[in-house]
Structure formats: structure tokens, C-alpha cells
Design a protein around this ligand. Structure first.
Ligand SMILES: Nc1ncnc2c1ncn2[C@@H]1O[C@H](COP(=O)(O)OP(=O)(O)O)[C@@H](O)[C@H]1O
Ligand SMILES: [Mg+2]
Length: 219
């Protein structure tokens, strides 16, 4: 199966990354796709949203898998993945992932640990959607290094749109140095109240902020 890996990323918190991942995943599953949602946020919001109120009690999560890869131990394909009746599987996460960022600093191939992990599971899925944490650290770089494309949810307000410059710089750097095929799927304006002039104006300002070479990506 030709798997589409989509990273949902914005270093700003509260821009509806997790909400977008859940809804996109369920929408794709309803369209008959086989979807894996991956929680890359130590807060475990995606894990909680998918019906696991206590992520810290889960026996095996993404950070455990990454820890095993870092120490050259085998990971059984699919270990830790939670199956769901809606046809959207979940690779859960919890607090230990925040410690993983520190462990990655001195690791060999530290930007591609997630890519190595996905190699073992991706053929089972048509789409893998990665919910990134609100930062541009190594965990996010790992997601961008393995993704085919990145989707950027951003609130239709002035400062969140301004903050995109930093994210775009990171995406361009990952493209240049690790993953030249990384595409930007688009800027997804979230929590839009199109009745207000404020929102209409900021929609234009977000579009203007994003000078993606020849692509028009704001939707
Ligand atoms: N379209 C929307 N309308 C109202 N509230 C929303 C909408 N989308 C997301 N939210 C709420 O905004 C908050 C932040 O969303 P979340 O997906 O957790 O953002 P992030 O993952 O970027 O931190 C959550 O409480 C979520 O329920
Ligand atoms: Mg989130």
C-alpha cells in the first residue's frame, strides 16, 4: 500500500492540531481508508480524545517503541497500537515522550527514529496522521522527516499567522537537509468566524504571510 504520511504541525498551542487530526482521521476512515493516528504530543491529547482518559496507564506507547529503536532492540510490528471500532487505529503517547527529546539529542540518526519505526507498520495503512506537539523541537523534526506532507492548522488571528514564519523556516530546513519530498498540504484556518470583519481581514493576512514559492496554499 502506498501510504500517505501527513504531519499536522504548528508550534503554537491551541490551533486545533489535535482536533484536526481526529476529524481528518475519522473522515478518511468513513471514506473507506485505513487510518493510523499517531500521538506525538507528550500531553497525550489525541490519546485522550480517542477514548483513553489515562494515557499514563497504557503499557506500551510511542516513546517505548522509540526508546527500543534508540537502544537497538527489536519492536514487534504494530506493538502498542490500539485498534478502534471506527476503523481509526491509534499509536498512543504519554508523558515519557517529553524525556525522549533529551535522549534523542546525542543519538545517531536522531531525526529519523520515527521514520525507522513507521517502516514496520506503514504498509498496513493508507494514511498515517501525526499529531505533533506545539514546538519545533526534535520530536517535530522527526515527524517532518518521515512525512510526505505537512498540514498547518492556524487560528484565523493576527499573531498565530505571524508565527507561521518560524514553522515555514523549519519545514524548508527539513526539506533541504533530510526530506526533500516534504510537501505543504496547506494552511488550514481554524476556528473561523467568517461573520466578523476581523476574521475576514486575518484570512487575507494569513494568506499574505505565506509566500510559498508558487503554491497557493491557504484554505
Ligand atoms: N472549530 C472549533 N470550534 C471551537 N472550538 C474548537 C474548534 N476546534 C478546536 N477547538 C477547541 O480548541 C481547543 C484547542 O484545540 P486542540 O485541537 O487541542 O489544539 P492543539 O492540538 O493545536 O493544541 C480545544 O479545547 C478544542 O476543543
Ligand atoms: Mg494538541
Amino acid at each position: 500500500m502506498n501510504t500517505q504520511i501527513i504531519a499536522c504541525s504548528n508550534q503554537k498551542g491551541g490551533t486545533a492540531k489535535t482536533t484536526t487530526c481526529v476529524n481528518l482521521g475519522i473522515g478518511l476512515a468513513r471514506a473507506g481508508k485505513k487510518v493510523l493516528l499517531v500521538d506525538r504530543d507528550p500531553q497525550g491529547s489525541l490519546t485522550i480524545s480517542r477514548g483513553n482518559p489515562q494515557p499514563d496507564k497504557l503499557p506500551f506507547t510511542l516513546s517505548d517503541a522509540m526508546g527500543r529503536i534508540l537502544t537497538d532492540q527489536p519492536v514487534r510490528p504494530g506493538k502498542g497500537i490500539l485498534r478502534h471500532s471506527e476503523g481509526v487505529d491509534l499509536m498512543p503517547e504519554n508523558i515519557p515522550l517529553s524525556g525522549m527529546e533529551v535522549s534523542l539529542v546525542n543519538a545517531m540518526s536522531r531525526e529519523t527514529i520515527l521514520r525507522q519505526h513507521f517502516e514496520t507498520v506503514k504498509r498496513q495503512y493508507s494514511h498515517i496522521i501525526v499529531d505533533c506537539q506545539s514546538s519545533l523541537g526534535l520530536l517535530t523534526v522527526n515527524a517532518l522527516a518521515t512525512a510526505n506532507s505537512v498540514l498547518v492548522p492556524v487560528q484565523a488571528e493576527y499573531l498565530p499567522a505571524k508565527g507561521l514564519e518560524q514553522l515555514l523556516q523549519t519545514i524548508n530546513k527539513v526539506r533541504r537537509q533530510i526530506n526533500p519530498k516534504l510537501k505543504i498540504d496547506g494552511i488550514l484556518l481554524t476556528m473561523v468566524d467568517s461573520r466578523t470583519k476581523f476574521c475576514q481581514r486575518n484570512r487575507r493576512s494569513a494568506a499574505g504571510e505565506l509566500r510559498f514559492q508558487d503554491q497557493s496554499l491557504c484554505f
